[in-house]
Design a protein around this ligand. Structure first.
Ligand code: FE2
Ligand code: FE2
Length: 290
């Protein structure tokens, strides 16, 4: 296993170079998951809202991740060395994620939801967005999305009680995806710093990207519930509010890491969470056998 250097782009970022030396390899893994063995319609914690929320998130991954790869690969001619290798590994990981989430979405739809409809809607929105958007903004949007996915990945990998209620196959999918998001969390940022580097622009895009992401997932969650012809109960809304806003909830859980993006010289590996990758590897029999 190689240990790629997570690009210190300019000389003023020596502290990043120190962190970067020990950053993990970006390792595309081929995985398979047995989604079909779960046939409960509301498969997450027997809660329709949480199931619809998770389904909405999953529906965004295939079109979203294809766009992340496209926006980064656009600049490959300007890259070389370790960073170019990292970009290739990042693209391979995201390609696998998109494929596995497409399979998960087919299973979700077999239970009465409409992940396919949401994915297609997002694909069209992205195509429209691309028409009038400069390439550096497209890349900035990917950097921001990668930060959002990395901090959600960290949250999921550190909150066993959140993933415990998932069917085994979905739990395995999410943990694998989370680990790989952490492995490649700095790639888009390092490319952005190499080819553009305008941090003020990046912070502005981050605000817009966050609002767009939250709105999209909210709309798709509603769409999933409509597709299932289901009106959630008070219990389901209450549990979902706790999931998002409770003391151990998603939003309080990621708030600090979210805000760190606004620091003047932020870099994803300022937050060293390699231990989460190692812990996941140790939990996998294939790694344990090595
Ligand atoms: Fe991904
Ligand atoms: Fe990613």
């Amino acid at each position: 296993m190689t240990q790629p250097n997570v690009t210190p782009i300019n000389a003023s970022r020596k502290s990043r170079r120190t962190v970067a030396r020990d950053t993990p390899a970006i390792e595309p893994r081929r995985m398979q998951f047995d989604f079909e063995s779960e046939r409960r319609r509301f498969w997450y914690a027997d809660n329709a809202v949480l199931t619809a929320f998770m389904s909405a998130l999953s529906s965004t991954f295939p079109p979203g991740e294809r766009e992340f790869v496209r926006s980064v690969l656009h600049y490959r001619e300007q890259l070389d060395g370790e960073l170019l290798e990292q970009v290739r590994a990042f693209a391979a990981q995201e390609g696998h994620h998109a494929r596995q989430h497409t399979l998960a979405n087919q299973w979700i739809d077999s239970l009465g939801f409409d992940a396919k409809g949401c994915s297609e809607h997002l694909e069209n929105e992205i195509e429209e967005f691309r028409k009038n958007t400069p390439d550096d903004i497209l890349l900035a949007a990917t950097v921001c999305a990668e930060h959002l996915t990395a901090i959600m990945a960290h949250y999921l990998l550190t909150h066993d009680e959140i993933v415990a209620g998932l069917p085994p196959a979905v739990r395995e999918l999410i943990l694998w995806h989370a680990v790989e998001e952490i492995e490649h969390k700095a790639v888009a940022m390092d490319v952005y710093d190499r080819v553009c580097g305008d941090r003020d622009k990046l912070r502005r895009v981050f605000v817009v990207q966050t609002l767009m992401f939250a709105t999209t997932v909210g709309r798709y969650t509603q769409h999933m519930l409509r597709a299932a012809h289901y009106k959630p109960t008070a219990r389901e809304w209450l549990e979902s509010s706790r999931f998002l806003l409770g003391p151990n909830g998603l939003i309080p859980g990621i708030a600090k890491s979210y805000l760190s993006f606004f620091r003047k010289d932020f870099h994803p590996w300022d937050h060293d969470d390699r231990d989460l990758i190692d812990a996941w590897k140790a939990s996998q029999s294939s790694y344990a056998a090595e």
